[in-house]
Design a protein around this ligand. Structure first.
Ligand code: DX5
Ligand code: ZN
Length: 223
């Protein structure tokens, strides 16, 4: 787990279970266990911070029982500080909260680490990278949303490339270990350009689970 979190130009893929078959999650997780995916991306939505509702801690706990790779839990919920302990107990390895959902972000980031998890901060497409100037040194990861959060299968927002570059420059100055994750509309056609811009972790839902050969697609996303 620790080794897969060090940066250094690493390229990782985190398939998003939001696009998996909820009727048979165990089978999709078994496929991911056998694949070259690095993490399992787990999207928690509350119907308030985002317009959609996905699932909560009980499902994350079940996913953990089957997964043999780290769980990368993305909280799209209001007031995530209330649930840090719950998601630690459910088995999250990386816990990402939204900048837009936290009044006391520094406190939340430290709470995530105090609970033994890696701390991620996510930015919506309209939120400038510059707002991370005074928190990036505390982050293990920054997640850049490349669609408006809430749903899988949306179109990639092109402005994300310049945000990745701005974030990469900020990380070079302030925190070289910080991973850059990109989430939304990622596919085999844009993966290389995203890595080239400075992304370390690519989240992919539809591109993996709606493809004819998910394991091969994951391999292509890593190359
Ligand atoms: C969207 C979620 C994403 C989603 C990505 O709000 O955060 O993780 O599953 O799905 P695709 O890759 O289909 O855009
Ligand atoms: Zn996500």
């Amino acid at each position: 787990m620790q080794s897969s979190l060090s940066n250094g130009g690493c390229k990782m893929v985190a398939p998003s279970l939001l696009s998996a078959n909820f009727g048979n999650l165990a089978s999709d997780i078994a496929m991911l266990n056998e694949s070259c995916a690095d993490w399992l991306h787990v999207d928690v939505m509350d119907g308030v911070f985002v317009p959609n509702i996905s699932f909560g801690q009980p499902i994350v706990r079940c996913i953990k029982q089957h997964a043999r790779k780290p769980l990368d839990v993305h909280l799209m919920i209001v007031d995530p500080a209330r649930y840090v302990a719950d998601f630690a107990e459910a088995g999250a390895d990386v816990l990402t909260v939204h900048y837009e959902a936290c009044t006391h972000l520094d406190r939340v980031v430290h709470s995530i680490k105090d609970h033994g998890m890696k701390a991620g901060v996510a930015l919506n497409p309209h939120t400038p990278v510059a707002l991370l100037e005074d928190i990036v040194q505390e982050c293990d990861m920054v997640l850049l949303m490349s669609v408006n959060p809430g749903f899988g299968g949306q179109k990639f927002i092109e402005n994300t490339y310049s945000k990745i570059e701005a974030l990469r420059n900020m990380c070079a100055r302030k925190n070289e270990q910080c991973l850059i994750e990109v989430d939304g509309g990622v596919n085999t056609a844009n993966a290389q350009r995203l890595y080239d811009a400075g992304a370390n972790v690519l989240v992919a839902g539809n591109a993996v689970f709606k493809s004819d050969n998910p394991m091969l697609t994951i391999e292509h996303l890593k190359q």
